[in-house]
Design a protein around this ligand. Structure first.
Ligand code: PLP
Length: 397
């Protein structure tokens, strides 16, 4: 007898987490895996942020806090949106959660009714569609091409909208492609949304600081979109704080209140100590975060050139985040000894078991011609990983 609720059949475990698990298992067996599957900075959390957490513990700041976050932190988030994005919010519009992932879940649960259509440009971050499916929403994928650096165009957006469209979800900078929407591109999308006032937008900006092309732009800056955009952000990527679990959103007041209500029944507030550390992260010195981004930029330059030198790979040009998303379809239907590559899944397994390099299949992100390679790892490992890939891909014929 199947004892699980029906909703479980609508979702699956993220491929990103599956691959990380598999890599860990092989490493535990003593195999020297170069792990390019990871989605987290390999740096330590900056010292001044760690100190703030230690102080919170020593001061006994270890109890429940208000569900949507302590007043000091909400004020720090309001300050961040003004400083970085020129956006004005009140503290009541801010909800702090256990990671950006929970912010996304709160927002989707607050907005999507069964049968509502949710437009997601692909490739996209795996979790969006699963959360929509859990709410019995209908996901409408819009495939974006490498020629447009995997970004949706206004014409594609317009064509996907129907009277049932309730929500549009995307990330910029994007996981898995690293693409960054420019001001002009966001203005183009905003002009389409202006014609469809029933649509909400979830703008996932968790990679905001990891941007190599200049100033980050948020879609909420354009037209009237601040009134129907939920900006999702957090500390995991920009401050190397994945384990601390802190995300935040800025939303129209009724949505923020709804998210507070949902969170109050699921998890309550995130960790009190993390919240104190977050105040320091958001209001303090950004130079350690900037130094981390400078290092990512060097690695990006290296891996971009190195991948371009591997025959058969079609390499995209990421402008943010810490992922490369090469098209590997030239290797499909090729073989080496007992390995036959039917698609990106097989290629990832081949790379893992033969080259001992772990990557994530593009199938997970709705782009089956690609694989995702994270460069959030040391230069030594990147050099070794790319060299191994080159050797083993060359054997496929
Ligand atoms: N959004 C995107 C695009 C991500 O890549 C991730 C993490 O990989 C998240 C959200 C979740 O971040 P958090 O650690 O804050 O839950």
């Amino acid at each position: 007898m199947n004892q699980l609720a029906d909703r479980l059949s609508r979702i699956s475990e993220p491929q990103t987490i599956k691959m990380a698990k598999l890599s860990r298992e092989l490493k535990a067996q003593g195999i020297d895996i170069v792990d390019l599957s990871i989605g987290e900075p390999d740096f330590d959390t900056p010292a001044h942020i760690r100190e703030a957490a230690k102080k919170a513990i020593d001061e006994g700041f270890t109890h429940y806090t208000p569900v949507a976050g302590i007043a000091e932190l909400k004020q720090a988030v309001v300050h961040k949106f003004k400083r970085d994005n020129g956006l004005d919010y009140t503290p009541e519009q801010i909800v702090v959660s256990t990671g950006a992932k929970q912010c996304l879940a709160n927002a989707v649960l607050s907005i999507v009714n069964p049968g509502d259509e949710v437009i997601i440009p692909t490739p996209y971050w795996v979790t969006y569609s699963e959360q929509v499916s859990l709410c019995q929403g209908e996901v409408v994928f819009v495939p974006c091409s490498i020629e447009n650096n995997y970004k949706i165009t206004p014409a594609q957006l317009e064509a996907a909208i129907t009277p049932k469209t309730r929500l549009f979800m995307f990330s910029s900078p994007c996981n898995p492609t690293g693409s960054v929407y420019s001001k002009a591109e966001l203005e183009g999308l905003a002009a389409v949304f202006a014609k469809h006032p029933q649509i909400f937008i979830i703008s996932d900006e968790i990679y905001e600081y990891i941007n190599y092309v200049g100033k980050h732009e948020s879609i909420a800056q354009f037209g009237d979109l601040i009134n129907r955009t939920i900006i999702i952000n957090g500390l995991s990527k920009g401050f190397a704080m994945t384990g601390w679990r802190l995300g935040f959103m800025a939303a129209p007041l009724d949505i923020a209140k709804a998210c507070d209500k949902i969170q109050s029944q699921f998890t309550s507030a995130t960790c009190s100590i993390t919240q104190r550390a977050a105040v320091t992260a958001l209001t303090g010195d950004l130079s350690t975060a900037e130094a981390m981004v400078a290092e990512f930029k060097k690695r990006r330059a290296f891996i971009h050139e190195a991948l371009k030198s591997i025959p058969g790979l079609k390499v995209n040009d990421p402008e943010g985040a810490f992922y490369m998303f090469p098209d590997v379809s030239a290797f499909f239907n090729k073989s080496f000894e007992d390995s036959h590559i039917k698609g990106a899944d097989d290629l990832c397994m081949y790379l893992l078991h033969k080259a001992n390099v772990s990557a994530v299949t593009g199938v997970a992100f709705q782009q089956p011609n690609c694989i995702r390679l994270s460069y959030a790892t040391s230069m030594d490992k990147l050099e070794k990983g790319v060299e191994r890939m080159k050797t083993w891909l060359a054997k496929l014929a």
